[in-house]
Design a binder for this molecule. Structure first.
Ligand SMILES: NC(=O)c1ccc[n+]([C@@H]2O[C@H](COP(=O)([O-])OP(=O)(O)OC[C@H]3O[C@@H](n4cnc5c(N)ncnc54)[C@H](OP(=O)(O)O)[C@@H]3O)[C@@H](O)[C@H]2O)c1
Length: 245
């Protein structure tokens, strides 16, 4: 018996063009799932078809897009088994220096987009039930310099997920969260580029290294599989011990 079986399950992963989302898309494909990988623009998804992943354009800031994409997947396969809201952006802006457009962009992408996607999924699968995995961050659990708005959106995703887990529980939905620590992707270029800061960051991680995108995959497979059938409204933290201190 394979406790972590996701074979034949349909999975939609937002932000699958790069980084953590790409690693999840390839990993779910390898595990036999039918994977839909979303990017924000056509150039982001070109590589997917030859890798056996269905590429879809889905800018999570665009109202109605997720509803359309999920509707098409449901029509083709009967059901979208798991929605992984992974798309996200971060900046390194001091709180006092935030401009309105930067503020709106982070909130729309990291929070409003996640809510809309969850709502669109629920509307399509009220009868069937569903499984949502939201990718937040340890910065949604603890504070850090230069992360004010990002932290706020990720904290909001954690509590949104708990609220939805309870509100939709009777309809057979599960909603859980993955909280990565610092992972080696484009998003952390702003840290990796600065040797002094990178030294400080590594010194603060008990395991002494950044995470790799593949370090997140197992938790996503667990949450998408029936092994986690009794788990909802919870977070899995994968951070090399960062928040254990
Ligand atoms: N890396 C870390 O240290 C870290 C730590 C904790 C949590 N996280 C979270 O993990 C998730 C993935 O991060 P990552 O490090 O893999 O980031 P990444 O390498 O920078 O990739 C970001 C992904 O999000 C997509 N995206 C950005 N804006 C979008 C929009 N408006 N609509 C749709 N897709 C959009 C990008 O698509 P395009 O390629 O089309 O732009 C890309 O696929 C994010 O939610 C992030 O906050 C990351």
């Amino acid at each position: 018996m394979n406790l972590f079986d996701v074979k034949g399950k349909t999975v939609l992963i937002t932000g699958a063009s790069r980084g953590i989302g790409k690693s999840m898309a390839l990993g779910f494909r390898d595990a036999g799932a039918i994977v839909y990988g979303a990017g924000s623009k056509p150039e982001s998804i070109h590589w997917m078809e030859k890798e056996g992943i269905h590429g879809v354009v889905l800018d999570v800031r665009s109202e109605g897009s997720a509803f359309e994409v999920i509707g098409k997947i449901k029509t083709k396969h009967g059901k979208l088994d798991t929605l992984i809201n992974n798309a996200g952006i971060a900046t390194n802006t001091p709180a006092s220096g935030f401009k309105e457009d930067e503020l709106q962009n982070i909130v729309q992408t990291n929070y409003v987009g996640v809510f809309r996607n969850c709502q669109a999924y629920y509307k399509h699968h009220k009868k069937e039930g569903g499984n949502i995995i939201n990718v937040a961050s340890v910065l949604g659990m603890v504070g850090s310099k230069l992360a004010s708005v990002y932290s706020g959106t990720k904290g909001a995703v954690i509590t949104l997920s708990k609220a939805l887990a309870i509100e939709w529980c009777n309809n057979g939905y599960r909603v859980n969260v993955i909280c990565p620590g610092l992972i080696d992707t484009d998003m952390t270029d702003m840290i990796k580029d600065k040797e002094f800061i990178m030294k400080q960051v590594l010194a603060g991680i008990p395991m002494g290294r950044l995470g790799k995108p593949e370090d997140i995959l197992g938790a996503a497979i667990y949450l998408a599989s029936d092994s986690s059938a009794y788990m909802t409204g919870q977070c899995i933290v994968l951070d090399g011990g960062l928040t254990a201190q």
